[in-house]
Design a protein around this ligand. Structure first.
Ligand code: SF4
Length: 75
């Protein structure tokens, strides 16, 4: 398991990304199998195309699930 910092603003932590992931154990991280896994961009400039977890673009928006974790104080 790999924990990618959300502040890197990569596809893995973007709301528009559909790859396999979960909120990380540590605040401000997203858990992914590796940075080379891929998922579809949905509604962004790469709509319908596969993007790797470490990819990025200027239309990144934070994954809502990460926001919910941080506001509930989940340890
Ligand atoms: S390509 Fe951009 S909009 Fe699409 S998932 Fe990645 S960061 Fe988000």
């Amino acid at each position: 398991m790999f924990f990618q910092p959300v502040d890197r603003k990569r596809c893995a932590s973007c709301h528009r990304w559909s790859g396999p992931r979960a909120p990380g154990d540590l605040p401000g991280t997203v858990a992914i199998e590796s940075e080379t896994i891929a998922g579809l961009c949905v509604g962004g400039p790469w709509d319908g195309q596969e993007r790797r977890a470490r990819s990025a673009c200027g239309h990144w928006v934070v994954w809502l699930a990460l926001t919910l974790v941080s506001t509930t104080g989940n340890p």
